[in-house]
Design a protein around this ligand. Structure first.
Ligand code: CO
Length: 184
């Protein structure tokens, strides 16, 4: 089932998401629906708050990157109750976008390497280092679990420059090829 993507302005995107247990209702169906929604919207990552649920669940589907990065072909990743334990390397800047912020693309500086502890869809615990583009996508989705958006990382000048685009989203003036839910 395709779920609507919650847009900038909805309060769920600003909540601190909470850990879940194995008993969370219909979790396998939710994960399946999130993958379907992500594929339809041609994104590479999706966090549960973006489908209206303030829980610590995020998914990645790096297949759209595999033309440029063959190592990401077939890479799907489900992370439950993820926590970034450690970071390493030099800060890296690169352009990002977000399904909750249609039409906005800005350069964001992130950590190069991150060590993450998380549970997979079977609630088995993993601790892994990630780097490169994958580390960036995880940090972007992880921000959603903390109630942060990529635009929060921008300089005051860049924030000023995108203000009219943000206001347009708040007014419901967005054109997306995917199902959305905004405040208007
Ligand atoms: Co996002």
């Amino acid at each position: 089932m395709i779920l609507p993507i919650y847009l900038y302005g909805t309060s769920v995107l600003r909540k601190q998401a909470e850990d879940i247990t194995k008993e969370y209702p219909e979790l396998p169906k939710l994960i399946k629906d999130m993958y379907e929604t992500l594929e339809r919207s041609e994104g590479i990552g999706l966090a549960a708050p973006q489908v209206g649920l303030p829980i610590r669940l995020l998914i990645l589907d790096l297949n759209p990157l595999s033309d440029i990065y063959p190592q990401y072909k077939g890479v799907l990743k489900t992370m439950i109750n993820a926590h970034i334990e450690e970071t390493d390397g030099s800060p890296v800047s690169r352009e990002e976008g977000c399904l909750s912020l249609p039409g906005i693309h800005e350069s964001v500086t992130r950590k190069e390497k991150i060590k993450v502890t998380y549970l997979d869809e079977n609630f088995e615990q993993h601790t892994e280092w990630f780097e490169g583009y994958m580390a960036r996508v995880i940090q972007h989705e992880y921000d959603h679990l903390e109630g942060r958006l990529f635009i929060d990382h921008l300089s005051p000048i860049r924030k000023q420059l995108i203000k009219s685009k943000l206001n347009a989203i708040l007014k419901g003036k967005v054109s997306c090829d995917y199902k959305v839910k905004g405040i208007k």
